[in-house]
Design a binder for this molecule. Structure first.
Ligand code: FES
Length: 69
């Protein structure tokens, strides 16, 4: 199962079973983490990842959760 947690006032957290692989410019890179936080505020200096800037800009958006079963 893959879960996408949309954190209140924060990033998308993607987590699930298996190996997390980032495909960037046609190249695959294994990310040795169980979950990854992706920016949804647009302010991260390390896109597509969240770097915590959403707190500085006081990003506001509601939470939600999705599952792929
Ligand atoms: S959501 Fe965290 S920096 Fe954008």
């Amino acid at each position: 199962m893959v879960k996408i947690k949309v954190l209140a006032n924060g990033p998308y957290v993607v987590e699930g079973e298996g190996t997390l692989v980032q495909i960037k410019e046609g190249k695959e890179e294994i990310i040795n983490q169980k979950a990854v936080a992706l920016c949804r505020c647009g302010a991260s200096e390390n896109k597509p990842f969240c770097d915590g800037k959403h707190k500085q800009i006081r990003f506001q958006a509601p939470e939600a959760e999705f599952q792929i079963r």
